[in-house]
Design a protein around this ligand. Sequence first.
Ligand SMILES: [Zn+2]
Length: 68
Amino acid sequence: MSYPLAAHAWVRDVVCGMPVDQWAVTFFATYRGTRYFLCSQRCQERFSENPETYLQGPEAKRARTNER
Ligand SMILES: [Zn+2]
């Protein structure tokens, strides 16, 4: 099985969870050497403010929110 190189590469926006096209997306952030793609400037800002929250998944995010 093979995939054409020019095919769209869908990646997940770690902030809001929606799929974004890796080749068309204009918003991204680099954290610990890994590039993360975001759907919008708002998601980019939210990720930049607290990347750990989004990389640990929704459970950690919920726990973090409850600390306030
Ligand atoms: Zn988003």
